[in-house]
Design a protein around this ligand. Structure first.
Ligand code: GLU
Length: 424
């Protein structure tokens, strides 16, 4: 007998979710074959000169899952655990997400296998630029449009846009600005793109409570990850009177029953490469105790496959709002659903980011400048619309939220394939 138990991957999770939906909607078997596969899987190995003068070879990925609804779209992450399998899973989730939200995009994801903490800013700049150069025309403003993801930000996007544009002829340069979204506002970025994902997570939570005629005031929440998503969702939730009582990142787990001050914690993180460790407005507890904290809302906003059969049984929150991509694996999900815990799934819950990206892309393409109020009200309108659609499928079918979101997303793609047929 084989005693080695293979660890579940994000790819396992996304495929289980896809297969469950395909069975439920009796997805056309030919279309199923197409959607199971990733269209392009690009792996690049590229050299970069480090600060000490030595050359290091880095490995970067870009997986393009499907573009039936429009150009490939999705983030680039810098993480030591990123591999081709993760990129495939994350690219598929992007296809479902853009379809669910009704954007004219397909799905892609990629990044570089590295820990950004190991490199200086100028090394990260050279790595990002050389990666862009290595990807060449595998990305493009009307073909595949990257964006920020885990450990990448507007600065990364500025380097990528600049490098990509610099490789184009002078006349093409300014037409290529929308090769990436999530750029700094001064360089073609969208006002509010920074908070778009966190705002969307917040809005989903708020709408869910509204449907039950409850307000956010006094609700307690815990957040895993205090990066861009974790911070902004905490900001908006606390603005409505909800109380952050626990937070966890890769370095520490903090708890304070009376509430953790979001602004103070954010200020603490800034000079510490984003880490919450050492914050004195809460006490540090064991990482294993995080999921079991007594609260109303749990927001995983870090990495994939965090809620599993190892910890799902401990969860006391009655709402899990997925800020991260793929934070709950199939076994974890089954346990939560059994306990009647509601999961607002990633492809709905964190879709504010890619909606913001779509607005930025339109702004660049049309040579417009949108104001923050305009962006936030359009974002709110779009997200509310999608939330309501998913909610009605949940109610009609008496099914869970992920199943409902996946049914909508995959049915839309199936319809497009049926209308168009397969070339030749
Ligand atoms: N990385 C984000 C996500 O996973 C944003 C992608 C985008 O804006 O293209 O949805």
């Amino acid at each position: 007998m084989n005693n080695i138990v293979e660890k579940k991957t994000m790819y396992d999770t996304v495929m289980q979710q896809f297969n469950k939906t395909a069975d439920a909607i009796k997805l056309d078997s030919e279309i199923r074959k197409i959607l199971e596969a990733t269209t392009n899987e690009i792996v690049v190995h590229f050299p970069v000169k480090l600060d000490d003068g030595k050359i290091k070879i880095f490995t970067g990925y870009r997986v393009q899952h499907n573009n039936v609804l429009g150009p490939y779209k999705g983030g680039l992450r810098y993480h030591p655990s990123l591999d081709i399998n993760d990129a495939k899973a994350l690219a598929m989730w992007m296809t479902w997400k853009t379809s669910l939200v009704g954007l004219p995009y397909g799905g892609a994801k990629g990044g570089i296998q590295l820990d950004p903490r190991d490199y200086s800013l100028s090394e990260l700049e050279r790595i990002s630029r050389r990666f862009t150069y290595a990807l060449g025309d595998n990305i493009g403003p009307e073909y595949d449009i990257p964006a920020p993801d885990v450990n990448t930000n507007e600065q990364t996007m500025a380097w990528i846009a600049d490098t990509y544009m610099s490789t184009k002829s002078a006349s093409e340069r300014s037409r290529s600005k929308h090769v990436v979204t999530g750029k700094p506002v001064g360089s073609g970025g969208l006002e509010g793109r920074d908070r778009a994902t966190g705002f969307g997570v917040f809005l989903n939570i708020k709408l869910w409570y509204q449907s039950k005629n409850e307000s956010l005031k006094g609700k307690t929440f815990i957040v895993q990850g205090f990066g861009n998503v974790g911070y902004w969702v905490s900001h908006f939730l606390s603005g409505e009177g909800a109380v952050l009582i626990g937070v966890q990142d890769a370095h520490a787990t903090l708890y304070h029953k009376e509430g953790i001050d979001v602004v103070d914690l954010h200020n603490h993180c800034k000079p510490r490469k984003g880490s919450i460790k050492g914050f004195n407005g809460a006490k540090e507890i064991s990482a294993a105790d995080f999921f079991g904290l007594d609260c109303n809302i749990l927001i995983p906003a870090a990495m994939g496959n965090q809620i599993t059969s190892d910890n799902a049984y401990k969860i006391k929150a009655n709402l899990v709002a997925e800020g991260a991509n793929g934070p709950t694996d199939a076994e974890g999900e089954a346990i939560l659903l059994n306990k009647d815990i509601i999961i607002i799934p990633d492809i709905l819950c964190n879709s504010g980011g890619v909606i913001g990206s779509y607005f930025e892309w339109l702004q660049n393409r049309n040579g417009e400048i949108w104001h923050l109020e305009e962006v936030m009200s359009k974002l709110e309108k779009k997200m509310t619309e999608v939330f309501r659609k998913v909610e009605s499928i949940v109610k009609e079918g008496n099914i869970d939220w992920r199943s409902a979101a996946f049914i909508l997303a995959i049915t839309r793609i199936e319809t497009a394939y049926k209308q168009r047929g397969i070339f030749p």
